[in-house]
Design a protein around this ligand. Structure first.
Ligand code: NAP
Length: 513
């Protein structure tokens, strides 16, 4: 059985002990094991800081962009093999695996192109010069310079390719070395990608480290110039934020956590119309893709009471082509949950919804194979609105969502969205401009992204659940309060914004502005 190694101090190193098994999501068999026991993480961070940091900071954005291009190409060149690994280790269908793997190479390519535009600088100018006194010579100019530490990336199990690549893209372009720690259960795909990246020969020494297995004492070794970007459950995110050494050193922590994303059906929609059909397609896709294991998946559906029956009927019609099964089989549209733990958690979550009094509104009616981590998609319902039990407070991280009828008003829809306590994304499906505009701005403070689906974009919109590098990803409150991506905004977390005050002429020359 393969023992997955970590890449620290520019060499592969294996942890001690039996390690944690990585299971096949299809039949539960053990594919590999991982351990970080006994690895010297303090030395690994020092190496990245002292060797990788200076090497990256010496490069211009354009030169860093060339590294990202090579990393993107390394994934594309190995695409088919990586898709197979995703199916075995994660239960991902080919479509799910592409979403992860192509998302990884695409995001790297996006940031490579951005780096080209940023050109031959090594840091960012932030805004224009600001006059600060009567004399026009005394001015301020904000700059953003790369932090002098290591960007520690702690990732969730559900996107072992994209999650690692989107963070690597922004940190390396900003000029910070990375230590990536994938979710252990699905780390096989991250390891295979890291092997391709290292084989590409384009990463400067110390610029990239990979920790496989538990996080160990990593956080104890962080210093004031390091930062942490965390994706995972809210409870683990809180532990990271509240870690004594993180607090002591003021280490910036960006958290992307679980999220009770919403979908609002506008009262203007007619069953069978383009926008209504678009909404139904999104709901079914969000239940199916990655078997619902997406941080952006729709968990709460708010529908005007008069449209509820038509919505359920349309979902049932659309779901006729849904097939739960072997992720490797061509006809499968809903693969397996990624891990045994996930399988238990989702079963427990559905039992808790039923115990709380939610009614089953729709269930997948086909066969569900036994032996792997397969779950039949399901929708629950409640008439209790903002008082509905469970659904506004708990994420069931699988193919499960709840439908709640509302009175069709902006105020009621907004209150329901807000009741989730902060979401990564909420969607509105409406062709009523007044309704859509009022609701979008009303719910914006509760959402990192608002997705407005309407008739004229029904065949071109990119999808409720798709995270695109040009717009920000993250969300307030329960969603963690973090922000990633969003073009050049994605670099800012890795950089210190400093106000330089001085003689306008000296500053201009110093900054080459
Ligand atoms: P998790 O259990 O919180 O684990 C996330 C990461 O944290 C893993 O790498 C895990 O390592 C590590 N970890 C565990 N204990 C830690 C500790 N005490 N200190 C530091 N790191 C620690 O979450 P998950 O089960 O992998 O992911 C599912 C959750 O992630 C869902 O709630 C989902 O909504 C959320 N998610 C959010 C986003 C987003 O962008 N907002 C994206 C994807 C997923 P091990 O694997 O070694 O335990």
């Amino acid at each position: 059985m393969e023992r997955l190694a970590s890449y620290l101090c520019d060499r592969w190193q294996s942890g001690a002990g039996d390690g944690t098994p990585l299971n096949s999501a299809v039949d539960g068999s053990v594919l590999a094991s991982a351990s970080s026991e006994g690895l010297d993480l303090g030395t690994a961070l020092r190496h990245a800081r002292d060797v990788g940091g200076p090497a990256l900071r010496a490069l211009t954005f354009r030169q860093r962009s060339a590294i990202l291009s090579a990393l993107s190409k390394a994934i594309r060149d190995e695409r088919d093999g990586l898709l197979d690994v995703a199916a075995a280790n994660m239960g991902a269908t080919r479509g799910d695996a592409k979403f992860d793997v192509d998302g990884a190479s695409g995001t790297l390519a996006f940031y490579a192109a951005l780096g080209e535009q940023l050109g031959d600088r090594t840091y960012l100018l932030d805004g224009d010069e600001v006059r600060l006194a009567r004399s026009p010579r005394w001015v301020g100019q904000h700059v953003q310079v790369p932090r002098r530490g290591v960007a520690v990336h702690i990732n969730a199990f559900n996107f072992p390719a994209w999650n690692m690549a989107e963070k690597v893209a922004t940190a390396l372009l900003a000029g910070m070395p990375v230590l990536a720690k994938p979710g252990t259960a699905t780390a096989l795909l991250s390891v295979r990608i890291a092997e391709r990246w290292l084989a590409s020969g384009t990463l400067p020494a110390g610029a990239f480290s990979l920790l496989i297995g538990s996080v160990g004492d990593l956080l104890d070794h962080l210093g004031p110039q390091d930062c942490v970007v965390f994706t995972g459950s809210g409870s683990t995110g809180q532990k990271v934020k509240g870690h004594p050494n993180v607090l002591r050193n003021g280490v910036p922590v960006n958290v992307e956590a679980d999220s009770l994303n919403a979908c609002v059906i506008g009262p203007d929609l007619a069953p069978g119309g383009a926008t209504f059909t678009m909404a139904v397609g999104e709901i079914v896709r969000e239940l199916s893709q990655k078997a619902g294991q997406k941080c952006t998946a729709i968990r709460r559906i708010f529908v005007p009471a008069a449209l509820e029956a038509a919505l359920l009927e349309a979902i049932d019609d659309r779901a006729a082509t849904m097939a739960v099964g072997d992720p490797l089989a061509h006809e499968t549209t809903v693969g397996a949950l990624s891990t045994r733990q996930q399988f238990h958690d989702v079963q427990q979550g559905m039992a808790a919804m039923e115990a709380a009094g939610l009614q089953r509104a729709w269930s997948y009616g086909g066969e569900v194979p036994e032996g792997g981590f397969h779950v039949a998609p399901r929708l629950y319902r409640s008439d209790a609105g903002v008082d509905a039990p469970f659904v506004h407070d708990h994420e069931v991280f699988g193919p499960v969502a709840a439908i709640l009828p509302y009175d069709g008003s902006v105020a009621a829809a907004a209150a329901l969205v807000a009741r989730g306590g902060g979401s990564l994304v909420s969607s509105i499906f409406s062709d009523d401009e007044a309704f859509g505009a009022a609701l979008a701005l009303e719910i914006a403070p509760w959402c990192g992204r608002v997705y407005w689906g309407s008739e004229k974009v029904s065949d071109s919109a990119t999808g409720h659940g798709a995270v695109l590098p040009g717009t920000v990803h993250g969300g307030p409150g329960k969603a963690g309060g973090g922000e990633e991506l969003g073009g050049v905004r994605g670099l800012h977390f890795y950089m210190q914004r400093t106000a330089l005050q001085g003689d306008a002429a000296l500053l201009k020359r110093a900054l080459g502005a």
